[in-house]
Ligand binder design. Sequence first.
Ligand SMILES: Nc1nc2c([nH]c(=O)n2[C@H]2C[C@H](O)[C@@H](COP(=O)(O)OP(=O)(O)OP(=O)(O)O)O2)c(=O)[nH]1
Length: 145
Amino acid sequence: MLVVGAALVDDLAAPRRLLAARRRRPSALAGGWELPGGKVEPGEVPADALRRELREELGVQVELGAELVPHAGEGTGGLYADAGVWPLPGVGVMRVWWARVLEGEPRPLEDHDALRWLELDDWLGGVAWLPADMPVITALRAALR
Ligand SMILES: Nc1nc2c([nH]c(=O)n2[C@H]2C[C@H](O)[C@@H](COP(=O)(O)OP(=O)(O)OP(=O)(O)O)O2)c(=O)[nH]1
């Protein structure tokens, strides 16, 4: 299963704020924070799926920036780094793009019950991320140094 997620930030060139979204369901994941996004439908181009998910889930139009790909040693294991995807144990893999809002104000319309813009120092520790997201958020933060 391929999942796509967005690192929605205030500015693609010099990000300072990152949007975290709290899941409402299923119960095993409820209360955990994640990058907004979702499953790619059969036949759908992943980047299009991400734009669709952000429109449905948050009510925003976005511009996608660069894809965040794992490098060996970023806690993902060599196989995943080689494939350029992030492992989601028990689910599949995730691809992640930097993104910025073009139109609209993000609102938790479907899958989430809260949204939070995290300041740079809080990206990692500001919310309780889903476990699979920890290496992703670490890499997002590292990409800015
Ligand atoms: N969107 C997203 N999903 C994540 C992240 N981390 C993580 O483990 N997941 C898992 C949770 C889910 O098992 C799966 C994504 O499925 P989803 O339920 O969000 O997808 P969807 O919106 O297409 O949902 P649906 O049609 O099944 O309702 O990936 C993340 O950062 N973002």
